[in-house]
Write a new protein. Structure first.
Length: 248
């Protein structure tokens, strides 16, 4: 069908030894209503830079993106609430869930019904477990997070779209280890940080990369705490990977 929207990532096609890998766009899914970015706090550990990369992909694709922090039953330092506040302040909806203790499941269910939804995130955060909890007939395969690495085992190995009737579809995806958006330039990156956009036109130079330039409104708003240091550092981290030419 015609693509109204799509999410993608950069994929490197391996060539023979000595040849440069070709950088390709890998389309993950198209015609999506909701992108649910799933994370956990402890197993695996919450990684805000990783999350921000997925959020940038959601923004650049113009897809409604919702953050789900799962496994809130294992959050010994009570960090879930803090991250929830931070991302709500940025402008995202954040749901806290626990498959184990049946928290937040009904709320998530309501957002899914009648829509095409994709669950995306690191391995072991509970994407398949959440879907099983939401729709018990699914019986998707899940498995424990290994203790030594705190990482999932990549239990789900292919993306599957499942039709649940009533115009409701869910896509379970394999856990991702690394993620680079495809096709985002240095000059555009800031536009996909929701908390930057109110200030971005106030920079002195319209080619500003919000890194070192004089008269940068983003840097000024980090200093006066309208933008968090966490998000700004995450931005700089992504900018660097683009500058190294990783994105194209
Ligand atoms: N304590 C706790 N464990 C959970 C929760 N949700 C899922 N788990 C466990 O986390 C482990 C990984 O869950 P999966 O559903 O396989 O994770 P996934 O995100 O689908 O992983 P991949 O398919 O590898 O991407 C399983 O042992 C689940 O039982 C939760 O809310 N609390
Ligand atoms: Mg899975
Ligand atoms: Zn700037």
């Amino acid at each position: 069908m015609e693509r109204k929207n799509y999410i993608s990532r950069k994929a490197i096609k391996q060539r023979g030894a000595g040849q440069r890998g070709e950088r390709l766009e890998q389309i993950i899914a198209s015609n999506i209503d909701n992108l649910f970015v799933i994370a956990s706090i402890e197993r695996p550990q919450f990684n805000n830079r990783f999350l921000d990369r997925l959020l940038v992909i959601g923004e650049s694709s113009h897809i409604n993106t919702v953050i789900v922090i799962n496994k809130i039953d294992i959050d010994s330092e009570e960090l879930a609430e803090l991250w929830k506040e931070l991302y709500e302040e940025v402008g995202y909806e954040v749901l806290l869930t626990s498959v184990k203790e049946n928290i937040g499941i009904e709320n998530l269910h309501q957002k899914i019904i009648g829509n095409k939804n994709i669950f995306w995130g690191q391995s072991g955060v509970g994407k398949s477990s959440l879907l099983n909890k939401l729709f018990p007939d699914l019986d998707l395969k899940t498995s424990d997070v290994s203790d030594y690495s705190n990482k999932g085992k990549h239990t789900t190995v292919t993306s599957n779209m499942i039709s649940l009737g009533n115009n409701t579809f869910v896509i379970d995806t394999p856990g991702i280890r690394e993620i680079d958006p495809y096709g985002i330039s240095k000059e555009n990156l800031g536009h996909y940080f929701k908390d930057f956009t109110p200030f971005i036109n106030n920079c002195k130079f319209n080619t500003c990369t919000h890194n070192h330039e004089p008269g940068c409104a983003i840097i000024a708003n980090v200093e006066n705490e309208n933008i968090t240091v966490e998000r700004y550092e995450s931005y700089l981290n992504m900018l660097e990977t683009i500058e190294e030419g990783i994105n194209f």
